[in-house]
Design a binder for this molecule. Structure first.
Ligand SMILES: Cc1cc2nc3c(=O)[nH]c(=O)nc-3n(C[C@H](O)[C@H](O)[C@H](O)COP(=O)(O)O)c2cc1C
Length: 185
C-alpha cells in the first residue's frame, strides 16, 4: 500500500484557520495517511529533525498542506524545510533519502483564483509562485506530482455566514481533489 505523509504547515490551525482546518479534517476522514501538524506538535518551532526525516523516509507520497502566506509557504513550514531537508539527507552526493518519492503541494489563498494572472492584481499566474517548490522537489530527487489549489478563502470573509458556507464547500471539495490526485499517482 502506498504510504502517504501529509504535513500541515499552518501556523495556528486550531485558533486561526477556517479552510485548512476543514481540508485536513476531511482528508483525515477520506485518505489514510500519517498526518503531521507542525503547529501543535512543535509549539516552540523546535523540530525533531531525525523524527521528521524518518517520517519522510517512510513515505512514498509527501503532501504539504498550507495557506499561501506572502506568496509562499508559511514561516513554520519553511523552517521545517530548512532544518529537516539537510545536506547528506535530501541532497548532496550522499543525500539520497527522498529520491523517487512523489511530492504534492496543496494550498489555499485569500485572493480569488482569477486574480492570479500575468499582469493582473496578483501579478502572476499562481503556478509562477510554485517555481521554488518545484525546484526544491527536483533538488531532492523527488517527483513533482503537481498541486491542488483553492483561492478566495479569505480571512476577511470569516464573519459572513453566506460566504462561510461557500468557503466550507470549497474546502471540502479541495480535500476530495487532494485525495483523488493522490489516488491517481
Ligand atoms: C500573513 C498572511 C499572508 C498572506 N498572504 C497571502 C498572499 O500572499 N496571497 C493570498 O492570496 N492570500 C494571502 N493570505 C491569505 C491566506 O492565504 C488565507 O487567509 C488562507 O489561505 C485561508 O486559509 P485558513 O482559513 O486555513 O487560514 C495571507 C494571510 C496571512 C495571515
Amino acid at each position: 500500500m502506498t504510504k502517504i505523509l501529509v504535513v500541515s504547515g499552518h501556523t495556528d490551525l486550531q485558533k486561526n484557520s477556517f479552510a485548512n482546518k476543514i481540508i485536513l479534517s476531511r482528508l483525515e476522514e477520506i485518505m489514510p495517511a500519517e498526518y503531521v501538524y507542525l503547529d501543535t506538535e512543535y509549539p516552540d518551532w523546535k523540530f525533531d529533525a531525525g523524527r521528521e526525516q524518518d517520517r519522510l523516509r517512510n513515505a512514498d507520497v509527501i503532501v504539504i498542506q498550507f495557506p499561501f502566506f506572502w506568496y509562499g509557504v508559511p514561516s513554520l513550514l519553511h523552517k521545517w524545510m530548512e532544518e529537516v531537508f539537510v545536506h547528506g539527507f535530501s541532497h548532496g552526493s550522499k543525500g539520497k533519502a527522498l529520491v523517487g518519492k512523489k511530492f504534492l503541494v496543496s494550498f489555499t489563498s485569500g485572493a480569488p483564483e482569477e486574480l492570479y494572472t500575468a499582469g493582473g492584481v496578483q501579478g502572476y499566474p499562481v503556478d509562477d509562485f510554485l517555481i521554488p517548490l518545484k525546484q526544491f522537489a527536483k533538488a531532492c530527487g523527488m517527483i513533482w506530482a503537481g498541486y491542488v489549489y483553492s483561492g478566495g478563502l479569505s480571512y476577511a470573509s470569516r464573519h459572513d455566514d453566506e460566504k462561510l458556507q461557500l468557503m466550507k464547500e470549497k474546502a471540502l471539495l479541495h480535500a476530495e481533489r487532494v485525495a483523488e490526485m493522490v489516488k491517481s499517482l
